[in-house]
Design a protein around this ligand. Structure first.
Ligand code: MLT
Length: 412
């Protein structure tokens, strides 16, 4: 007899975005006119083509693969040296942050890494997450058996939920109790909030005091427009001893379809064995990647490297400015609709409060049916997301402007 992983049966109906897709399909199948007018501001997927520097690098790499002399088979599981060196230099050392090339692990996505990192962390860890939260942090812990069952609000037994509210700017303070692993996402998905240096310092102090580890998701760091906001957790002194950072090329270089990201595991980061010996995590992650991963394809890594060229950097800036420009347009539209709205300044997401008494899914339906716009219901990100919805700024400018025109016409 074969047994399944019972923990999967604790998961809620479906991952949020497939569920949204199902509802949208059910609506548009019977409404061809609405289907034609439909504008998607739901999933945070990029819409603009890849930067020309990336396209050129991809073409060159494919041509290399076509010749016996320059063909490449398996690459290093941790990423090619050329890309690890470019990342460590441009994203960290040029900014005064001490990160070595071999502390960078290239992967096929931050979502994957956020889930996979649990392979090297013990099942006895007490885990803290913000609420609302990117659902992957919760679901991967449920799958790994780190939680009990969900209650009627969707909260899983065993997790420590830290509410993100307007009062704390959607960045929770460290709890009084001791936890072992903390997921922080800044700029935040879904709220668009960005943690200040003071807030991150409080978390680093907490983690060091409790010998906890911060899993810092910085997939949206390129969207930070306030110069006072840190782009990396390693800007906070002491973070090399208590934090792993996840970064992605999806949202800066438009790589959601190409797949390339990286995780920083400092060699100075230790965690305890079951019998209390503090041991580095770096060799464990190295071992995990060597065993379960064969690396990102060579052409894609060349494409990612091109993002760091002078031309590539300019083109990334144009992409970010485009999406942040959309966020500005959407922010104005949401305000004109009388909504209380957060985010959209240091992040490609707006976090809007539904009018009094309207639940997130009712708001989703109203906006879909009346405005033919897809948003993401806040309750899909946790119980504290109830009463909110997320608007993604990943779109064409024309679509962002059209959404901004349609929102004020909503009848709540
Ligand atoms: C989102 O919409 O939250 C993102 O697309 C999720 C992701 O990047 O995986």
């Amino acid at each position: 007899m074969a047994y399944l992983n019972d923990h999967y049966l604790k998961l809620k109906a479906g991952y949020l975005f497939p569920e949204i897709g199902r509802r949208v399909k059910a609506f548009t199948d019977g409404n061809p006119e609405a289907a034609r007018r439909l504008i998607r501001c739901g999933i945070g997927d990029v819409t603009e083509p890849l930067p020309p520097a990336v396209i050129e690098a991809l073409h060159r790499a494919v041509d290399e693969m076509a010749q016996r002399g320059s063909f490449r088979g398996y690459g290093p599981e941790q990423g090619y040296e050329f890309l690890r060196a470019a990342i460590a230099r441009h994203d960290f050392r040029d900014k005064g942050l001490e990160i070595a090339d071999d502390e960078i692990f290239v992967s096929d996505g931050s979502k994957c890494d956020c889930g996979n990192i649990l392979d090297i962390l013990g099942p006895q860890n007490k885990i803290a997450i913000s609420d609302p939260v990117y659902p992957v942090y919760v679901d991967t812990n449920v799958m790994a058996g780190h939680t009990g069952a969900a209650d009627e609000t969707g909260a899983y037994a065993g997790l420590v939920y830290l509410p993100g509210t307007p009062a704390n700017g959607f960045i929770p303070d460290p709890p009084v109790e001791a936890v072992d692993l903390i997921y922080l996402c800044s700029p935040n998905n879904p709220t668009g909030a960005a943690a200040t240096r003071g807030q991150l310092s409080a978390w680093v102090d907490y983690a060091r005091k409790h010998r906890a580890i911060i899993l810092f998701d910085a997939a949206y760091e390129a969207y930070i427009s306030d110069p006072a906001i840190p782009h990396s957790i390693y800007e906070i002194p002491g973070a090399r001893e208590c934090a792993i950072e996840f970064r992605s090329f999806s949202k800066n270089g438009g790589f959601t379809g190409l797949r390339c990201a990286f995780t920083v595991v400092p060699k100075s980061l230790l965690a305890s064995t079951a019998d209390g010996k503090f041991t580095p995590l770096h060799p464990l992650w190295h071992r995990r990647m060597s065993t379960k991963f064969n690396g990102v394809s060579y052409p894609v890594q060349r494409g990612a490297e091109a993002l760091y060229s002078t031309e590539g950097q300019k083109q990334v800036r144009q992409l970010i400015d485009h999406y942040l420009g959309n966020a500005k347009v959407l922010l104005a539209g949401a305000k004109a609709a009388g909504l209380t709205v957060y985010g959209g300044v240091n992040a490609p997401y707006l976090w809007a409060q539904t009018p009094q008494g309207v639940t997130s899914w009712v708001a989703f339906d109203k906006i879909l049916h009346q405005a033919n716009v897809v948003i993401t219901p806040g309750s899909g990100f946790g119980s504290k997301g109830e009463g909110y919805f997320r608007i993604s700024a990943f779109n064409s400018r024309a679509n962002a402007e059209e959404v901004a025109r349609r929102l004020p016409a909503l009848r709540w």
